[in-house]
Ligand binder design. Sequence first.
Ligand SMILES: Nc1ncnc2c1ncn2[C@@H]1O[C@H](COP(=O)(O)OP(=O)(O)OP(=O)(O)O)[C@@H](O)[C@H]1O
Ligand SMILES: [Mg+2]
Length: 488
Amino acid sequence: MMESTGSTLWTFDELVAAVGGRPIGPPPTFIGGISIDSRTIRPGDAFFAIRGDAFDGHAFVSMALGAGAATAVVAEAKLAGLGHVSRSLIVVEDVLSALVALSQAARARSTARIAAVTGSVGKTGTKAMLAAALEVDGLVHASPASFNNHWGVPLSLARLPPSARYGVFEVGMNHSGEIEPLVRLVAPQVAIVTTVEPVHLEYFDDVDSIARAKAEIFLGVEPGGAAILNLDNPYFDLLASLAANAGIERIVSFGEHPEADARLEAVDLTAERSNVLATILGTEITYALGSPGRHVVQNSLAVLAAVTVLGADMAQAAGILGAINAPTGRGDRYELAVGDSSATLIDESYNANPASMRAAIAVLGQAVPAKGGRRIAVLGEMRELGDAAPSLHAELAEPLVAAGADAVFLAGPMTESLWAALPESLRGGYADIAADLESPIAELLRPGDVLMIKGSNASRLGLLAEALRARFAKMPAGAGEGQGREIA
Ligand SMILES: Nc1ncnc2c1ncn2[C@@H]1O[C@H](COP(=O)(O)OP(=O)(O)OP(=O)(O)O)[C@@H](O)[C@H]1O
Ligand SMILES: [Mg+2]
């Protein structure tokens, strides 16, 4: 994503005025960026000492200034505790509120066309595709990673360069009531809801309540704006009516449904890509997608609908989708050196819930193992599912069988119901913790295998994927390429 580097994002006076702060120390000439993380400070950034998920930023003020931050925004109550600081500070009542205020100023001065993306799964993937697609038409600013919460949204927005032609922001939630204040900051012209699925069920009575919480995204849409909704999802009607209640007159539907405004006509799903024929608001188009899976096809329909509504060139935008790979941990592929040949690792270790598990299992099913190879699924727990957890795990047996999995490895007590539901011939191995699956998988692995790894972040499947990549690393070129190490 294009970011302005080295140029003025805010003048110092603009920033001070926006946050309503009291400057002390020698003021910098300009602010080049906004940061809340002293480890990734770039010279010229303003460091906001907010309380993050784990730490209070006030502990890192001197580190941030030492790393080149132009100024630090700190709380009045924490000022004395900082000791003597010879550099620029801006003192405010509350640092997070100051960041929110700056994000409001960023939005107020922006002439960008703005999209907000929410949904139970696919926000980051859809956002990345949309941002890349809009770049055919000018500077795009998009939130990084999954910066979609009470600090991620204002931070992303505060970084919106005034010259941006488009802004694409991810908005997420774990609880009802969280999206509304965030989308009011973003004030998008277009709100996308990718899909509604049983995710974070622990915090909701049912999926209906999840749909209602997602629908808060409509409350911030600018007058004359549009909602882009999934017609294949059972919650379409509910979302459409809540969008209408919020005053949105333009509902654009996407999906395989024959009446969808952005409609899939035909698709060829291959192991590593898809080729799509679609009709997007009346225009027929063919395009390729650089990462596999029907779920990516779904997301791409929402993307091209948004591109059209935002006024960019849809055909040109579609043309670049074939060059976009899966975001990290969401289907990126690695070659493992096994025996004198190789196996394929599909790293889906970025989080898991029933919808994304099924999507990943389907991608494993599309993979074509080389001669003698097998399809191996390595699955961890899906967290935050509440009472429904045992049945939602057990229900994965059916898609695993349908995908032609040859062996399934499971990690974590919550997967026991799935173990019980699996046909015996598919039971590869079980361990309480993911790391303990490394050896049994390594013993089983042979050339041609395709291995797909997925689980909730907390179940640490990502570390297992890393360990397997290290263990079966390809030899550096010239050091016996093609003579991968033997199975341990
Ligand atoms: N439309 C979809 N249906 C089902 N699964 C999907 C869909 N889109 C993406 N996925 C899968 O869901 C997982 C998460 O994708 P992504 O990171 O884009 O979602 P997210 O909504 O941003 O997640 P988070 O809430 O953690 O930020 C990935 O495994 C991805 O392949
Ligand atoms: Mg995300």
